[in-house]
Design a protein around this ligand. Structure first.
Ligand code: IPM
Ligand code: MN
Length: 362
């Protein structure tokens, strides 16, 4: 198969981790006889520095004529001035909105080798395998009005949480469809005891779920969900929730997997088109040190193969290669020293070496 993949490294460690994901994809192409064309473009802080715009038109155009987008991470202290009107995050949000990437899949699973990497008790996290489907183009992130002003010498600000039934319907449908291939359980998370948007969410989600009789469907308040995620994470199969709740809950859920450096994501549009990125940030303090964990991005590349290119065997090959590299004891900084291999030996490696270990197993 031929595919065009846009690569947007972004800022900080984004540059290093995307390089390792591309390394894995090149190896897959070679091993399975595919031809992937990679083309790079700027986004985030790097794009602000070069063009003044966190999402240059050429970057958006490249994404539009590609089959999928692989993204690293964006942001950093350099662009963090709260008074600045241009922010790296606008690049990421602009991509999500302009490309119609409304369904953000964030799978959380614990590799057995990392059982002791979590700060939670092994018996609590052992066997965790859940999927958060986060709504990605609505809610507080995009609702209007949003801004700040001053009245009578008081600084004020507003953000708006807004949802239409169509936005809720399509993302809950994605969650139900994905649950069919899993343990057939969907937990829809909201704050319906307080928020109007959540009451609409609950109503529409109930209607969608009625079309999936084989799925065990339930509602849960977001505060309860936050507690349950660390108390009894194995309770969950698929969680579907709005944008901000999903953002917060997935950082929390990453603790279950031992490190943010392990969690990939897929952001999907109505078509097969998607953007794939680790859920972690640009970690400016680690940038350029060859110490970041590339696994989240490499696993995002596996999701790219599965969801945008329908290359299922190849996706599984990447996931298996990651599991094998971990089983062989290879560990980056974030996951070292808290786990034991069968032989009790761990090898601390850098970003590139971890990427090499994975690629060698493809
Ligand atoms: C994420 C990030 C982004 C978000 C930021 C960088 C805008 O935290 O992808 O989870 O809040 O969605
Ligand atoms: Mn986040």
């Amino acid at each position: 198969m031929q595919a065009r993949i846009a690569v947007l490294p972004g800022d900080g460690i984004g540059v290093e981790v995307t390089a390792e994901a591309v390394k894995a994809l090149r190896k897959v192409a070679e091993a399975y006889g595919h031809s992937f064309a990679f083309e790079e473009a700027l986004v985030g802080g790097a794009a602000i520095d070069a063009t003044g715009n966190p999402l240059p038109a050429v970057t958006l155009e490249l994404c539009r004529r590609s089959d999928a987008v692989l993204l690293g991470a964006i942001g950093g202290p350099k662009w963090d001035d709260p008074r600045s009107t241009v922010r790296p995050e606008q690049g990421l949000l602009g991509l999500r909105k302009n490309l119609g990437l409304y369904a953000n899949l964030r799978p959380v699973r614990l590799y057995p080798e990392l059982l002791h990497a979590s700060t939670l008790k092994p018996e609590v996290v052992d066997g965790v395998d859940l999927l958060v489907v986060r709504e990605l183009t609505g809610g507080l992130y995009f609702g209007q009005p949003s801004g700040r002003w001053e009245t009578n010498g008081q600084r004020q600000a507003v953000d708006t949480m807004a949802y239409s039934e169509g936005e809720i319907e399509r993302v809950v449908r994605v969650a139900c469809e994905l649950a069919r291939g899993r343990r057939r359980k969907v937990t829809s998370v909201d704050k319906a005891n307080v928020l109007s948007t959540s009451r609409l969410w609950r109503e529409v989600a109930t209607e969608v779920a009625a079309r999936y009789p084989a799925i065990a469907f339930e509602h849960m308040l977001v505060d309860t969900c936050a507690m349950r995620l660390v108390r009894q994470p194995k309770y969950f199969d698929v969680i579907v929730t709005e944008n901000t709740f999903g953002d917060i809950l997935t950082d929390e859920a990453s603790v279950l997997a031992g490190s943010m450096g392990m969690l990939p994501s897929a952001s999907l549009a109505e078509s097969n088109f998607g953007m794939y990125e680790p859920i972690h940030g640009s970690a400016p303090h680690r940038a350029g040190q060859n110490s970041a964990n590339p696994i989240a991005t490499v696993l995002s590349a596996a999701m790219l193969l599965r969801h945008s290119l329908s290359l299922f065997t190849e996706a599984e090959a990447i996931e298996r290669a990651v599991a094998e590299a971990l089983a062989a004891g290879y560990r980056t900084n974030d996951i070292v020293g808290r786990s034991l291999t069968l032989e009790g030996i761990e090898h601390l490696v850098g970003t590139r070496e971890m990427g090499d270990q994975i690629a060698a197993r493809l």
